[in-house]
Design a binder for this molecule. Structure first.
Ligand SMILES: C=C(O[C@@H]1C=C(C(=O)O)C=C[C@H]1O)C(=O)O
Length: 398
């Protein structure tokens, strides 16, 4: 990020390893805080304290806002899960080793939070899964297989409720999160509620009038054997069912962005995006924004893509609201930051978890089309829970 773009950064110096440790601990101490790291680790934001807050991304941003919108506006339990945006009191940006802040006093603040807290081990006391999910997906597949069905694709989600022995410390959570490479790391905290995502999926990165987004849909497992992994990837690239699932997303993003851009690049074929547990069909899409198009306009138009909702959108969203066991809250919604100069990055909060004191909720979904198989989709969602389960595993051993 260029300094000239962000006149609110008054403080700048080299970042030290001690800074990260103290800033991580500060995430626990403030009632409201947030962390954002992009998938290449080149841009990190820490945000502390709330000057103003909103339930949805506000129209006008004075400096910088952090937050997340809900997936579909359904009411969920908990304040955070109904959407939460805030204008932070203290913002720290670390980009390519340079630390910047809006607070000239940052060094004094860091000294105050210097004391190292000990890590607490967390135990899993109980896990409750949605045992009827396969039956509900099989029903959905039966519907989609019928030529009279008005829907072509529905992304169907499920949740796992986990009871923990302790409330998770955010500093420990962040250390564990950083072990998931090549994905975005985002944490949003409001009092006792925390939402965390290790998502590979970008909804919109906007800078200097350009947008970068991507279609991420169509999934296969990974394999530790490189030859087998390559075969799984090739099979995914050539799977007609996955190509269809993916093309719905590309077509929808293309159609929506054509109305908001003066120039658009949409590759004709997807490539593979490989994460630790799964690989996806991936089409990076970029364009030049028409005059006066804000990050908020983009978020409001693009979300939900058929990677998380379905086709046609309205029918799919209605199906999701009626047939998923619980509202998604922030799961699969846009999460990230937006600045006053119309820069911002919003990612899609999948591979995510919500914690309220000692209760954690994990989320996963899979795109269902005609010809999908319920057991395969179940297995895919099990793999999509893995990033957060592994994160909890790390917290059990520290
Ligand atoms: C819904 C999720 O993932 C989405 C669905 C995908 C699919 O159906 O293939 C792939 C990536 C994401 O767009 C999730 O991870 O929970």
């Amino acid at each position: 990020m260029q300094k000239s773009e962000n006149h609110f950064f008054k403080f700048e110096r080299e970042a030290t390893s001690n800074d990260y440790q103290v800033l991580n601990q500060m995430l626990d101490h403030f009632q409201v805080s947030a962390f954002f790291e992009n998938n290449t680790g080149t841009q990190i934001f820490y945000a502390f304290g709330s000057k103003n807050s909103w339930q949805t991304l506000p129209q006008k941003v004075n400096t910088l806002v952090f937050g997340a919108n809900t997936f579909d506006g359904q009411h969920s339990k908990g304040e955070l899960m109904n959407g939460f945006w805030f204008e932070p009191e203290i913002i720290v940006s670390i980009s390519n080793g340079r630390l910047q802040s809006n607070d000239l006093n940052l060094d004094n603040i860091l000294v105050n939070y210097q004391q190292i807290s000990t890590t607490k081990r967390v135990k899993i006391k109980n896990i409750v899964s949605e045992t009827d999910w396969i039956v509900r997906v099989a029903d959905l597949i039966k519907n989609l297989n019928d030529v009279r069905c008005p829907m072509d694709k529905v992304v169907f989600g499920r949740q796992e409720m986990i009871e923990l022995s302790e409330q998770i410390r955010i500093s420990s959570l962040l250390e564990a999160l950083k072990k998931e490479h090549g994905v975005y790391h985002v944490i949003l905290k409001r009092e006792n509620e925390v939402f965390v995502t290790a998502t590979p999926e970008r909804l919109a990165f906007v800078s200097q009038g350009e947008i970068q987004t991507a279609a991420v849909a169509g999934t296969a497992p990974r394999d530790p054997d490189p030859k087998r992994d390559h075969e799984l990837g090739n099979k995914l690239l050539h799977s007609l069912k996955n190509q269809r699932e993916h093309q719905f997303v590309v077509d929808s993003i293309k159609m929506k962005l054509e109305a908001l851009t003066t120039q658009l690049n949409v590759p004709s074929k997807p490539i593979l995006l490989k994460n630790k547990q799964v690989q996806h069909l991936y089409t990076p899409i970029s364009g030049t924004l028409s005059a006066n198009i804000s990050v908020k306009d983009l978020v409001d138009n693009l979300h939900p893509t058929p990677a998380l909702g379905g086709v046609p959108q309205e029918e799919a969203l209605q199906y999701i609201a009626q047939h998923e066991q619980q509202p998604r809250g922030l799961f699969a919604g846009p999460i990230g930051y937006v600045t006053a100069d119309n820069t911002g990055e919003l990612v899609v909060s999948i591979r995510s978890m919500y914690c309220d004191q000692t209760h954690a909720r994990l989320f996963a979904g899979a795109g269902i089309v005609a010809g999908s198989e319920a057991q395969q989709e179940y297995n895919e969602t099990a793999l999509k829970f893995e990033p957060m389960l592994q994160l909890l595993g790390e917290l059990m051993h520290d």
